[in-house]
Design a protein around this ligand. Sequence first.
Ligand code: MD3
Ligand code: FE
Length: 215
Amino acid sequence: MPPPAPEPSRPTPLAIAPGALWYREALDRAEQAALLADIRAVMAQAPPFTPTMPRTGKPFSVTMTNCGPLGWVSDTSGYRYQSFHPDTRQPWPPVPARLLRLWETYARCPAPPEACLVNYYGPDARMSLHQDRDELDLTAPVLSLSLGDTALFRIGGEERGGKTSSVRLASGDIFVLSGPSRLAFHGVDRILAGTSTLLAEGGRINLTLRRVNPA
Ligand code: MD3
Ligand code: FE
């Protein structure tokens, strides 16, 4: 048996809820800029689209794109993961290597992520309280990386209407959701415009790395 590969070191997280680990200021400015350049390249290949609500067709205030073998989409037929961009019909671009390294360091999940959802929030965008349960494998962690303006993020429990707590997710913060928090209700109440200079156009990009299928 070969010796196990050494685990890359990571800062000590704050536990917001059981299984919800917040790594504040995990990435310095240079790392954030390098990740942003990787995501700009993804967006050039797979332009952000405006998803719509399944029943009503109401547009989201957030625009989205994806990289990885699978991407999350929403339209009048429903929420789902699919292997191609809904407008261009092209396969999603691969997950940049730098992001795969973050997954190895912070998610500590033996299987690679299958989907990386890229959300863009302009100054007035928000995301209402929801659960992420479109994945077949709900045991794998989800890793979130924030870039740009700070978000007022809210997280509750597994039941809608329960008590919630709020944290400000800033540029360079990493949030890992696993175990009991994987099915927690969560959302973004608002974006605090002008809190970061990372994005020239302002606003916020959030990346979520996910498994979809059991390994
Ligand atoms: C808690 N995105 O894409 S990231 C989403 O800031 C989403 O764009 C938010 O909710 C954003 O679905 C929040 C932090 C996050 C991501 C996934 C979670 C929190 C989560 C899954 C389960 C519980
Ligand atoms: Fe979510």
